[in-house]
Design a protein around this ligand. Structure first.
Ligand code: ADP
Ligand code: MG
Length: 462
């Protein structure tokens, strides 16, 4: 099944010639795994990290399927942001250079609507757009999908992160049920699998996971007396400066104390333990997942069900008794082909726990040293994002696209500056890169969301 060159695939000669002229000689791994299925017309759910050549997978799939004599929309690609949609358009046009008449149209917000409708009326083969603007065109019937053969959800994980599930669902409701559906994502978290179940028919699953646990997670142990643990933590955090860390404690009390001490030293930290009310738990998780808080201190019970991708480090403030729990804890880092760091503090009397871990994993523990260290405010480091709180939510009919639109309009910031969007009943959160937070505040305060002005401020807890 697997092939390594484009010429081994059943492609039109002109398309093949063009691909080769682009300098693509070998198939990338995700292309080798997915293209044979895509070209057979099957539904495919594909996972691979950024930069692995996913656009060409569906781009070639689309170009092989098009009937150029018909100027109806036959393929639609849904992307999370305008920038990504523009990149996809460019790559498809490059792949399509072998023929003059392929019309690819970008349908994104932030630009006037009616020129897009005009273009659609003149006939288009492929549309690439963001969920909000596609929804608008479909509702107004300027875009019709009755001839759609192939539907692509690109960067589906990011679309869910940005809260586009409802919009995507509506957009897809306009597509014929008899179609080919391709879903691309950097992760295979549960919500992605659910999306696939909802919209795909007998999909072939293709995943390019690099490395194995043992290779991607670096495990280091530190012998530290009990009363020096928090200073050791401060040292390790300031040294590694991970964007996202979960520190595991064995008790709720430790969880509390560690979070307080780190917060007092100016670290961006929150505690997650069983005593939190649902509302506070939601807030803690929103901030941690959107990277406006770098450190989460948690008990095993509280961390259950925590689904955070790209956790850079796991720290054991205290080792668990059971080596299986240790393995479970550290398995939360080093996912999706990223490297992970697992740092464990251990007092002398706890050395038997390390022994148990060594036996369980059949490895020898790697020991490292903590430099002498006293925590101070100089060691704090900022998380990459800031959370903005918006005084309007689902009940005000605020949708993610409205917030993104208000942020990225003509005088706005770029979509790449916007992180996760979380909508609750009466309010919403949007994460913005530190450097753009003032510009974002100005946009949201001066502009309108859904034609209304909402209260917007930096979230009180960060
Ligand atoms: P992804 O969507 O997986 O993040 P892209 O589709 O954006 O990745 O591709 C990343 C880069 O690799 C692009 O510049 C693309 O032109 C290039 N590329 C794709 N396929 C190949 C190939 N088979 N050989 C060489 N370069 C390729
Ligand atoms: Mg991509």
């Amino acid at each position: 099944m697997k092939s390594s060159t484009f010429s081994s695939l059943p492609l039109k000669a002109a398309l093949l010639e063009n691909i080769e002229s682009l300098g693509y000689t070998q198939l990338t791994p995700i292309q080798a795994e997915s293209l044979p299925h895509i070209l057979e017309g099957k539904d495919v759910i594909a996972q691979a990290k950024t930069g692995s050549g996913k656009t060409a997978c569906f781009g070639i799939g689309i170009l092989s399927l098009l009937d150029l004599s018909s100027f109806k929309v036959q393929a639609m690609v849904v992307c999370p942001t305008r920038e990504l949609a523009d990149q996809v358009c460019k790559e498809i046009r490059r792949l399509a250079r072998f023929t003059q008449n392929i019309k690819v149209l970008s349908l994104c917000g932030g630009v006037p609507f009616s020129p897009q409708s005009d273009s659609l009326r003149h006939g288009v083969h492929i549309v690439v757009g963001t969920p909000g603007r596609l929804q608008e065109h479909l509702r107004k019937r300027s875009l019709r999908l009755s001839n759609l053969k192939i539907l692509v959800l690109d960067e589906a994980d990011r679309m869910l992160d940005m809260g586009f599930e409802e919009a995507v669902t509506e957009v897809i409701s306009y597509a014929p049920t008899h179609r080919q559906t391709l879903l691309f994502s950097a992760t295979f978290a549960d919500p992605i699998r659910e999306l696939s179940q909802k919209f795909q028919y007998k999909p072939v699953t293709v995943s390019i996971e690099e490395g194995h646990h043992a290779d991607v997670i670096e495990q280091l142990f530190y012998e530290v007396e009990k009363n020096r643990r928090t200073d050791a933590l401060g040292y390790l955090l300031s040294y590694h400066r991970p964007e996202s860390t979960v520190i595991f404690c064995n008790t709720k009390k430790d969880c509390h104390d560690v979070a307080n001490e780190l917060a007092n030293s100016g670290f961006s930290v929150q505690a997650l333990h069983g005593d939190l009310e649902q509302k506070d738990r939601d807030q803690v998780l929103v901030r941690f997942a959107n990277k406006s808080c770098s450190i989460l201190v948690a008990t095993d019970v509280a961390a259950r069900g925590l689904d955070i991708k790209e956790l850079q480090a796991v720290v054991n403030y205290e080792l668990p008794w059971d080596p299986e729990i240790y393995v479970h804890r550290i398995g939360r880092t080093g996912r999706a082909g990223n490297n992970g760091l697992a740092l464990s503090l251990c007092a002398q009397q706890e050395l038997p726990r390390v022994k148990a871990i060594e036996e369980y994993q059949n490895t020898t523990a790697k020991w490292d040293e903590v430099a002498p260290f006293k925590m101070s405010h100089e060691d704090r480091f900022e998380p990459p994002m800031v959370t903005l709180w918006i005084d309007g939510g689902r009940k005000d009919k605020v949708r993610p696209g409205d917030i993104l639109g208000a942020l990225t309009g003509d005088t706005g910031i770029s979509g790449t500056e916007v992180g996760k969007i979380d909508i609750f009943d009466n309010h919403a959160y949007v994460a913005i890169k530190q450097e753009s937070v003032n510009a974002a505040l100005t946009c949201l305060r001066n502009g309108k969301i859904k034609g209304r002005s909402f209260n917007v401020r930096k979230s009180q807890w960060g």
